[in-house]
Design a protein around this ligand. Structure first.
Ligand code: CP3
Length: 333
C-alpha cells in the first residue's frame, strides 16, 4: 500500500504524504523549456511522450508521494468538440456550444480524441519513479466545467447576470458533462490512475440555494461512480463556505481545503482525511516563514489522517528550491 492509501484507508497518522497541486508546471525551468517549443497547450496535453515527461519532472526533483497527470480539466469540453485555446496572459478561451453537434458525440469518439492522455497515464503509472506511489487522475467537477462551457473564460469573482438565462441548455449540458466525465474517469482508471481528484474551482461562486442542484447532487453522483470502481476520490470545492455540509452531502474519501479555511476549525468539524490548506503565496516568501507555516499545518493535523498539499496550485513565480524545502520539511517531520 502507498503512504497516501495508508492515510485514506487505514487512517494512518504517523507519516504525512505530500503532493502539490500544479506540481508539473511553469515554476519548473525544465517545463518552461518544453512549453516554449510547444505554444499550443492542448496539443502539448495530447502529446503522450511530452505529457508523460512533464508529469515526471517534479518526481525527479522532489520526494513526492504521487504524480498528477499533466493535462487539464478543459480537455473534457475539447473532447466534446467545443473549441478551447489558452491565450497568453489571459487563460482559457472556449468557443460557442453547438448543442446539436455535442449531443451526437459518441463515447468512442471522445475516448479516441483523448487517447494520448490515457496512454500517458499508462506509461507514467508503470515508471520506476512511481513504485509504491500513486498516479492521480483528475477531472473538473460538473459545476466548474459548466461554468467554463457557458461563460467561456475564467469568471474571476462573479458570474455574468445572464449565466442562468437558458435553463434548458444548462440542463442538457449537465447531462452531457455527467456522461462524459464518467467516461473520462473510467478511461483514466483503466490505464493506471489509482486516485482521482475532482477540482471544483468555482464552487465558491454559488449561493447556498443553488448548491444542491449544481454542486452536491452532480458531484455526489460522480463520487459514487468512482467509489464503485474501487478507487479513492479527493474533492476540492475551492471557496465553498461550508465544507462540513459539503462532506456530508458529497461524501468524498478525502476533502482538500483551500487556503482560506481555518485548519483548527475544520479539524474539529470534519472526520474524514483532510488534504491541503497552505497558502501557495507562502512559498514566495522566505524559508523561515515557510517553515513556520508548514509546521503549523503539520502540528494541527498531527493526530488525524492528513495529506500535505497547498490550498490551491503552486504559483508560477515559485522557486523550485522552496518546493524542495517544503517537501523535506514534511518528510522530516
Ligand atoms: O500539475 C498538475 O496539477 C496537473 C496538471 C493540471 C493543469 N491544470 C495544467 C495546466 C491540472 C490538475 C489542472 C486543473 C485545472 N485547469 C483547473 C482546476 C485547478 C485550479 O487551478 O483551480 C482549472 C480551473 C483549469 C483551467 C485552466 N487551465 C486555467 C484557468 C488555466 C490558465 C491559468 C494559468 O495558470 O495560466 C489553465 C492552463 C494550465 N493548466 C497550465 C497548466 C500547467 C498553464 C499553461 C501554460 O503553461 O501556459
Amino acid at each position: 500500500m502507498t503512504l497516501i492509501e495508508e492515510v485514506i484507508k487505514n487512517k494512518k497518522t504517523t507519516q504525512k504524504p505530500i503532493w502539490i497541486m500544479r506540481q508539473a508546471g511553469r515554476y519548473l525551468p525544465e517545463f518552461r523549456r518544453i512549453r516554449k517549443l510547444n505554444p499550443d497547450f492542448i496539443k502539448l496535453c495530447l502529446n503522450e511522450n511530452l505529457s508523460s515527461k512533464i508529469t515526471l519532472q517534479p518526481l525527479k526533483r522532489f520526494n513526492l508521494d504521487a504524480a498528477i497527470i499533466f493535462s487539464d480539466i478543459l480537455m473534457l469540453p475539447y473532447g466534446l468538440n467545443q473549441s478551447v485555446v489558452f491565450k497568453k496572459n489571459f487563460g482559457p478561451l472556449l468557443g460557442d456550444i453547438n448543442l446539436n453537434q455535442m449531443l451526437k458525440v459518441k463515447e468512442d469518439d471522445f475516448t479516441k480524441k483523448l487517447s494520448p492522455i490515457y496512454k500517458a497515464i499508462n506509461s507514467v503509472s508503470r515508471n520506476n519513479l512511481l513504485v509504491n506511489k500513486n498516479t492521480i487522475g483528475f477531472v473538473g467537477a460538473p459545476w466548474t466545467l459548466l461554468v467554463y462551457m457557458i461563460n467561456k473564460y475564467s469568471p474571476k469573482n462573479k458570474l455574468k447576470n445572464s449565466f442562468f438565462e437558458d435553463q434548458s441548455l444548462i440542463d442538457e449540458i449537465l447531462l452531457i458533462i455527467d456522461k462524459f466525465l464518467k467516461e473520462h474517469i473510467k478511461n483514466q482508471i483503466k490505464n493506471g490512475a489509482d486516485l482521482i481528484q475532482i477540482f471544483d474551482s468555482w464552487a465558491g461562486l454559488l449561493d447556498e440555494k443553488n448548491l444542491t442542484k449544481y454542486v452536491y447532487d452532480p458531484t455526489s453522483n460522480l463520487v459514487n461512480y468512482i467509489k464503485k470502481l474501487n478507487v479513492p476520490v479527493i474533492c476540492f470545492p475551492r471557496g465553498i463556505k461550508n465544507y462540513k455540509n459539503y462532506c456530508e452531502k458529497v461524501k468524498p474519501d478525502v476533502i482538500s481545503i483551500d487556503y482560506e479555511v481555518n485548519p483548527l476549525l475544520i479539524k474539529k468539524q470534519i472526520k474524514i482525511p483532510i488534504q491541503g490548506g497552505l497558502d501557495p503565496k507562502i512559498l514566495l516568501t522566505d524559508k523561515e516563514n515557510l517553515k513556520k507555516q508548514t509546521l503549523k499545518y503539520l502540528k494541527i493535523f498531527k493526530d488525524v489522517p492528513y495529506i500535505f498539499n497547498l490550498g490551491h496550485g503552486v504559483l508560477p513565480e515559485t522557486k523550485p528550491e522552496m518546493v524542495e524545502y517544503l517537501v523535506n520539511l514534511v518528510k522530516d517531520f
